[in-house]
Design a protein around this ligand. Structure first.
Ligand code: ARG
Length: 493
């Protein structure tokens, strides 16, 4: 944490605007258009048509500043682009634009430095920035909202926020993938049981198992990239809902803000949140993928499986049971997945009954969005580190692969190569397993005489077939667990 306590804090106290006997207000010697009733209402952005103050509880209930202040960067970036555009279009003069711009940049750097106090009596981040801008520039600041509404402003801010967050998450996914690939490379020759129904099924390479998660997260990356195309769209110019009478250059704004397109319908632009839902949905899928790997790590670290050891620095103990070493980190990532699922349902529910266009219900979109970003970023970051702290127990993996009849399919395949149909071979191997179980033996522990009792096609070469390493070797099919294919996949990843 950077200590900023020594920096000077600037608190913005709204200026008391002087009025003369005619009732006209003067700021910097210039008459003002608005009436000042000296009530709190005159300090509200929308106070003009109100004659009495807002109930304090309404103020608190209505306010979103304590969470949407997180959008300060996007809000100021949007205003900077908007101000440039107003100047370029001659809606305000070049000189006015310059002064507003420098005040906006000043606010930006004050917040960055930590000298800015977020006055929580403001309704939301847009109101606060505009208020401070007016404090700094007087009447000039009052021009920034020309042709703009908080409705298109918040749509822009959240789009920019999702764009930035997505770019960060994409980098974190890549880091996670690199840790995964490193772990797979470190244990390239390890064979383990592959499971279906959590029952031992067939031998696989551990690297193949891990690379399955590489593929899942690769698709997550593609989904985020695909969704970005629909997020990187400029809503400004839509104003409250119907567009604006001012000659706003929307393409210029899109270009300034590095957005690919402009929205095609102002009513859609201010009232839809599907871009946000898509982001949360994709995040929910990503978390589900992480959670499944977490579940495996948890199972693998039990005494029952005993496939891995998570280093002490990434595990915790019990306050009462001295022997315990618990896999809290994978458990927490698995647990936090539920939060993101919840946010998706929460926002879908918020949106489902809203008539066009903007409704205040939509202010409820921010906390789910922010928590989704935090959860995904933190989970990916710690997971990348955790993967480096895992040791596989080679002997235990080997033992687990050698018992439980994992080579049964291969024995059936063997009989097929000797001329039997697969269904018949399946049946015979089933019989062999029943008999082996009774003798408490694995298939490779039956002698040739015992084997031949089931089929005369079986010869001495069967023992080579039943070695798990050879089972893997034979699966050199594209996308299979054959060592050459896995090596290729690793290199590609
Ligand atoms: N704080 C609002 C939100 O997050 C911004 C838009 C408010 N617009 C309005 N007309 N009240 O949705």
């Amino acid at each position: 944490m950077i200590n900023i306590s020594h920096l000077k804090k600037t608190r913005y106290i709204p200026r008391k605007i002087p009025t003369d006997v005619s009732g006209l207000m003067f700021v910097d010697g210039k008459p003002q258009i608005s009436r000042d009733r000296e009530s709190k209402m005159s300090k509200k952005l929308w106070g003009g048509r109100f004659t009495s103050d807002t109930n304090e509880m309404v103020n608190t209930f209505n306010s979103s500043i304590h969470f949407d202040k997180r959008l300060w960067r996007e809000d100021i970036q949007g205003s900077i682009a908007y101000c440039k555009m107003l100047g370029k279009q001659g809606i305000i003069s070049d000189d006015e634009a310059k002064k507003i711009l420098s005040a906006l940049q000043e606010i930006y750097s004050e917040i960055e430095k930590g000298t800015f106090i977020f006055d929580e009596s403001s309704e939301d981040i847009h109101t606060l920035i505009e208020k401070v801008l007016i404090h700094k520039t007087g009447t000039l600041g009052e021009m920034i909202h020309t042709g703009r509404s908080r409705n298109d402003q918040i749509a822009l801010d959240t789009r920019l926020f999702i764009k930035n967050s997505t770019e960060n998450i994409l980098q974190l996914i890549r880091k996670f993938q690199l840790s995964l690939i490193e772990l797979a490379e470190k244990n390239q020759d390890l064979i383990m049981p592959g499971y279906t129904h959590l029952q031992r099924a067939q031998p696989v390479l551990l690297a193949h198992h891990l690379l399955a998660y590489y593929e899942m997260t690769k698709r997550d990356t593609q989904r985020y990239e695909e969704a970005l195309k629909r997020t990187n769209v400029l809503p400004l110019g839509s104003a409250a809902l119907a567009g604006t009478t001012f000659n706003i250059d929307r393409e210029f704004l899109a270009n300034e803000l590095n957005l690919q397109r402009i929205t095609a319908n102002s009513m859609d632009a201010v009232s839809d949140r599907d871009f946000m839902l898509e982001f949360i949905f994709i995040s929910a899928i990503l978390m589900m993928h992480l959670s499944r790997l977490c579940e495996e790590l948890i199972i693998w670290s039990t005494q029952e499986f005993d496939f891995i050891e998570i280093s002490d620095s990434f595990a915790t103990g019990s306050s009462i049971m001295p022997q315990k070493k618990n896999p809290d980190i994978p458990e927490l990532i698995r647990g936090k997945t539920g939060r993101v699922y919840g946010h998706l349902i929460s926002l879908l529910t918020t949106m489902k009954g809203l008539p066009l266009t903007y409704n205040k219900d939509m202010q409820e979109d921010k906390e789910p969005l922010f928590d989704t970003v935090d959860t995904v970023e933190k989970s990916l970051s710690i997971f990348s580190l955790l993967l480096r702290e895992i040791d596989f127990k080679k002997e235990n993996l080997k033992k687990a692969t050698e018992s439980g009849y994992l080579v049964a399919t291969d024995l059936a395949d063997y009989l097929v190569t000797k001329g039997m149909t697969f269904r018949k071979a399946h049946h015979i191997v089933g019989d062999m397993i029943l008999s082996a179980q009774k003798k408490n033996k694995e298939l490779h522990q039956l002698d040739l005489y015992e084997m031949k009792h089931f089929s005369s096609l079986i010869e001495n070469d069967v023992y080579g077939w039943l070695d798990p390493a050879s089972c893997i070797e034979r699966r050199d099919i594209k996308g299979g667990t054959g060592p050459k294919e896995v090596k290729k996949a690793l290199r590609k990843a």
